[in-house]
Design a protein around this ligand. Structure first.
Ligand SMILES: Nc1nc2c(ncn2[C@@H]2O[C@H](COP(=O)(O)OP(=O)(O)OP(=O)(O)O)[C@@H](O)[C@H]2O)c(=O)[nH]1
Length: 809
């Protein structure tokens, strides 16, 4: 393909009509045709076989087409269509050498067919068509190129070409006939042929000049006048310099396909020609532009996806935010698109722009996930930072609403800055959605924190209320009386007011709406009422114990809180009545929840039905008793009922049963006390004793010795009395007292005698009057011992009284 001079050529279409795709691709790369844009021209040559076409082209353009060896005779050398680049001509000029047209070596039909096809191809592709002809054929009816011209004109009609092709007739082997004479004859011949060919209706009157610029040049014989030939060719060569300039041989650029699309365009044209279809060049140009622009776009897209810078950016975007992402990506995209613009510059503008748009869309679609990833990172990062900062602000003591406002504003603007840094200039991607998401997340978090804080706050208030209410309510219920519930109501109202006013102040820093605020305040109020209610219910559950406590307090203790000693003077019945009515009062207080100031007749009902002194059943008391068999109180709703009438009745019954024993015990204790304290015989016995014992009394008065004896007897009796603790022994009854005394009597006498003996021995051993006390002295000692026993006996009596109090307790 290459020659020494740097020219290269390739067979574009072989003699069988096959297009050499690989060959032309390689050729294009070698001559760097794609870089030429529209600055290139295509020249082809047609003419009879062995008419020196290749020789002319090689001299004219410095190509290396195979020439026939003059010494071997005139046989076909050029087969099919060959393509070469001219040497030393600017702009780049492609030269096509076509197979000769005389058909000496092909069958008539084949020849004609290939001739026609190659002629059509040459006309479709070329800016300048050289028609090689022998000088001696001018004006001849049987000229060799006459059928060729006819073919050229006929196929021209099928091209729908919007441009004028230059037809340059090269007269070879010019004779001595002056050129000025030859040219008009030739033009006449051409006109005749043009007129003779059948034309479609639209071109019936169209002159030849509308389709072609006809040029005529004459050259001397190469074989005979080589020098002149070369000079003439050199001058002709000059006309091919800057041929694409306006007015040049290839000045009409309207149908030119950009150089990078030449291969494809030629391929497609040949395909259409081979299929014998009509060749619409304008449409073909659009088609070529479409395919080529698509190819360029694909290539640019491919190189973008492999672009190192982009790959790094994409990877970084998936891992986290990338500073300057938008700028960097815009630059890479811009570079890619401008490369496309440069390469597709010369293709049809409509197609080019459409394909550019498609490429841009494809590129943007490709980079969008990275952008979205950046936004996601930005959104989540901003949200995390917001949470952290918000938390810090709240812990730092900043008010909730102030912290919310300042943190939201600053982090949303931080996000906006990040967005601005990430957006690319090629497209205005909507970041509102992700912004809205961030705002939504922030609001959601604020709402959560607010809810938690409010819950914490409310819990704190509830704990305070609980503390402030439970104890006092307990105390108030403990002393249940007429003013218990008013006092509880007052306490409740006071605490609620206090808590609500403080909570209202606290809520003002949370930016809560009116509805939420009211709800929270109502919740707090309900809670306070709930505390009281639960306490009251709890106490109602223990009412029986409380009633018994109250009863015991009033029954077993006096007004000075001293334990009662049932001496016999107390009116147990009255005390019991008082204690029970106080317990009944407690029951009536505990029977219902009276947080709202509403009247009820529970107390009245209970005292009428259960109170002391309601023994005689009247019609009204019967009705009240019936009411106690119910589950509800009149005027009291079920929700406010702590103890139902039936429960009250049952509780009262239980209470009475359990306290009756205490009363019985008290009565027994009182009876016993009475018995113990009454030692005098009955009055009749005293009178009888006085009457019957009058004589003995008188005798005693008359004889003082009896008195002494009686006195001693009294002392002994008294000593025995104390010694045996007679009152105590008889407290448990006469018979047990006698049995107990009988068991103690003998040991006590023995003990007494033993002591007397010991005292006598001491007196005998002493021998003197001082040391031997008289019986009177002994009796004194015994008396002393007796006194000490007496004091111990009296202390034991006190203990026995105290024991009696404890019991009565
Ligand atoms: N008489 C004459 N012969 C020429 C001229 N130029 C070339 N020849 C001779 O014509 C013969 C054919 O030359 P080519 O250049 O191969 O002709 P061709 O038209 O390319 O031949 P094909 O490719 O086979 O159609 C050669 O022997 C040339 O020496 C010329 O100007 N006049």
């Amino acid at each position: 393909m290459d020659d020494d001079k740097g020219c290269c050529s390739t067979q574009l279409i072989d003699q069988d009509g096959n297009f050499n795709v690989l060959g032309i691709e390689e050729f294009m790369k070698k001559v760097k045709l794609a870089e030429c844009g529209l600055s290139y021209a295509v020249v082809s040559i047609m003419g009879p076989q062995s008419s020196g076409k290749s020789t002319l082209l090689n001299h004219l353009f410095g190509t290396n087409f195979i020439e026939m060896d003059a010494f071997k005779g005139r046989s076909q050398t050029t087969k099919g269509i060959w393509l070469a680049r001219s040497v030393g001509i600017e702009p780049c000029t492609l030269v096509m050498d076509l197979e000769g047209t005389d058909g000496r070596e092909r069958g008539e039909m084949d020849d004609t067919t290939f001739e026609k096809k190659s002629a059509l191809f040459a006309l479709a592709v070329s800016d300048v068509v050289l028609i090689n002809m022998w000088c001696h054929d001018i004006g001849r009816e049987q000229a060799a190129n006459k059928p060729l011209l006819k073919t050229v004109f006929q196929v021209m009609m099928r091209l729908f070409s919007p441009r004028k092709t230059t037809l340059m007739f090269v007269i070879r082997d010019k004779t001595k006939t002056p050129f000025e004479i030859l040219e008009p004859i030739l033009r006449q011949d051409i006109q005749k042929i043009w007129d003779s060919i059948p034309k479609p209706q639209a071109h019936k009157e169209t002159p030849l000049s509308e389709f072609f610029n006809v040029e005529v040049v004459a050259l001397s014989s190469y074989e005979e006048k080589e020098e002149q030939f070369k000079e003439q060719v050199a001058s002709l060569r000059q006309r091919f310099f800057h041929s694409i300039a306006p007015g040049g041989l290839a000045g009409d650029r309207r149908a030119v396909v950009p150089a990078s699309g030449f291969s494809f365009s030629a391929q497609q044209i040949w395909k259409i020609i081979k299929e014998n279809k009509d060749l619409d060049l304008p449409k073909h140009k659009v088609m070529v532009a479409t395919v080529r622009c698509q190819e360029i776009a694909n290539e640019k897209f491919g190189s973008f996806t492999e672009n190192k810078e982009w790959c790094q950016l994409d990877e970084a975007a998936r891992c986290g935010p990338v500073p300057g992402f938008g700028k960097k990506l815009s630059l890479i995209l811009e570079r890619c698109l401008s490369e496309y613009d440069v390469e597709a510059l010369y293709f049809d503008e409509g197609v080019r722009s459409a394909k550019r748009k498609t490429l841009e869309e494809k590129l943007l679609q490709h980079v969008q996930p990275a952008f979205l990833s950046i936004l996601d990172h930005l959104c989540s990062g901003t949200f995390d930072k917001f949470k952290e900062e918000f938390d810090k602000a709240l812990h730092g003591g900043e008010g909730f609403s102030a912290a919310t406002r300042s943190c939201t504003e600053s982090f949303m603007s931080l996000f906006d800055e990040g967005c601005a840094d990430s957006v690319i200039q090629q497209v205005n991607w909507d970041t509102c959605k992700i912004r809205d998401k961030l705002l939504h997340d922030i609001k959601g978090h604020v709402a959560l924190v607010r809810a938690a804080k409010l819950s914490e706050l409310i819990s704190r208030y509830e704990a305070k209320l609980n503390e402030a209410l439970r104890g006092p309510v307990d105390a108030l219920l403990d002393g249940a009386g007429d003013d218990t519930w008013p006092a509880i109501r007052e306490l409740l109202q006071r605490e609620i007011q206090l808590a609500i006013s403080k909570l209202s102040d606290d809520l003002s820093t949370f930016d809560t709406d009116e509805q939420t605020r009211d709800k929270l305040l109502a919740r707090l109020e309900d809670f306070a009422r709930g505390v009281v209610e639960s306490k009251a219910r709890e106490e109602a559950g223990r009412v029986l114990i409380r009633m018994k406590d109250r009863f015991t307090t009033l029954f077993a203790y006096d007004s000075d809180s001293m334990p009662r000693v049932w001496t016999g003077k107390e009116d147990i019945k009255a005390i019991k009545k008082l204690a029970r009515s106080a317990s009944l009062k407690l029951l009536s207080v505990m029977a219902a929840l009276r947080l709202d100031d509403e009247d009820d007749d529970i107390e009245n009902t209970l005292s009428l039905a259960l109170g002391e002194g309601t023994s005689s059943p009247t019609s009204s008391s019967m009705a009240i008793s019936e009411q106690l068999a119910s589950n509800t109180w009149e005027k009291v709703s079920l929700s406010k009922t702590l103890l139902t009438p039936m429960q009250c009745k049952s509780l009262w019954r239980q209470f009475k049963a359990e306290t009756d024993y205490t009363v019985t015990q008290a009565i027994a204790a009182q009876e016993a006390n009475k018995r113990n304290n009454n030692w005098l015989p009955p009055p009749w016995a005293i009178v009888a004793m006085l009457v019957l014992g009058f004589n003995e009394f008188m005798t005693l008065l008359r004889n003082p010795l009896y008195i002494v004896v009686l006195f001693v007897a009294f002392l002994i009796t008294k000593a025995l009395w104390v010694q045996f603790d007679i009152p105590n022994e008889f407290r448990r009854g006469t018979l047990p007292g006698l049995i107990s005394l009988s068991s103690k009597f003998v040991p006590a006498i023995m003990n007494l005698l033993k002591r007397l003996t010991e005292a006598g021995e001491i007196a005998v051993a002493g021998g003197d009057a001082h040391k031997n006390p008289s019986p009177a002295a002994k009796s004194y000692q015994v008396g002393a011992e007796t006194e000490s026993d007496l004091s111990s006996a009296s202390s034991s009596q006190v203990t026995s009284v105290e024991n009696g109090s404890d019991y009565s307790d």
